[in-house]
Design a protein around this ligand. Sequence first.
Ligand code: COA
Length: 330
Amino acid sequence: MSTPSTVILGTGSYAPDRILTNAELSKTVDTSDEWIRTRSGIRERRIAAAGEKTSDMGVQAARRALEDARLTAADIDLVIVATFTPDLPMPSTACIIQQKLGLPTTAACFDLCAACTGFVYALDTACAMIASGRYRHALVIGAEKLSSIVDWKDRTTCVLFGDGAGAVVIGPSPDAGRGLLGTRLGTLGDTVDLLCIPGGGSNAPATPASIAAGDHFLKMKGKEVFKLAVRAMDEAARDILEQHHLRADQISLVIPHQANLRIIEAISQYLELPMDRFFVNVDRYGNTSAASIPLALDEARRSGRIKAGDLNLLVAFGAGLTYGSALIRW
Ligand SMILES: CC(C)(COP(=O)(O)OP(=O)(O)OC[C@H]1O[C@@H](n2cnc3c(N)ncnc32)[C@H](O)[C@@H]1OP(=O)(O)O)[C@@H](O)C(=O)NCCC(=O)NCCS
């Protein structure tokens, strides 16, 4: 269990203007608004503009988080970007964001890939680095341009994902009872093939044949992922509550990864915590992977659903398969 020593000082988020509705999607693939809504709870998602990059969305979210924290670029000495849709395979999107925000050259900048659990992993990493005393203020960003890796002809996946970004600024906590109280991270690495992008990595570098076969698009076995998602998120939530001697009903708001409303409803049932204790915006954004939790967190704060003293539980699941939870006292 970690010593509470880091706190969220500000949050920010960004979603592209372009809204893609289920009705519009049903004109390009064999699906319907009714199917998408009843299976996933999604009504619409945002799509980045042509030329709008993951870093651009991350920068917008980061600017808002900095403003909320009343800090400036000069205060930041660590940037972690959780993403699996970086602008480039290398260098990292964090380096590009450093330049766009004009952050000090002394800032450490790197990307972290844990797919949809990326933000929880990045938050834990940044908090540990700040708790070490070697860094003072970190920007933790989740940003994804999933529209760039989705096969828009595959109805089993393209209806589920969207683009966006969320960010938090964290720093040392003046009060040991506030901030990140702890995390519980995990991995089920024997399930890599359930959710992956098979082509384009060093295992299978892109060739004309692999591109023609669509190997650079996201592939998913939805049913299997669904079952594991519920099991792993439930375990991550229960474990962290147990570690901290807390009951589920002591959590004022759960910010779950927004993949599917039915997954969130299942977690609500398993934890015996009513749905009004869960923040949900999957209907408006779909699954934005690493951006989903920070985007939801920012919306929850700005809409008044998080107040000083509240206890929040973040819980996520993603390709890897990775999963994790975090407890935050405001
Ligand atoms: C993808 C998901 C919504 C599918 O829901 P489901 O109830 O499991 O649906 P199924 O996969 O059983 O498909 C049922 C039928 O609908 C069809 N179907 C799939 N996508 C469809 C779509 N967009 N529109 C219409 N029909 C569709 C299937 O082909 C299947 O047809 P069949 O019975 O003739 O074979 C669900 O499995 C899911 O959300 N999984 C988890 C995905 C996820 O969250 N991934 C990210 C984790 S971070």
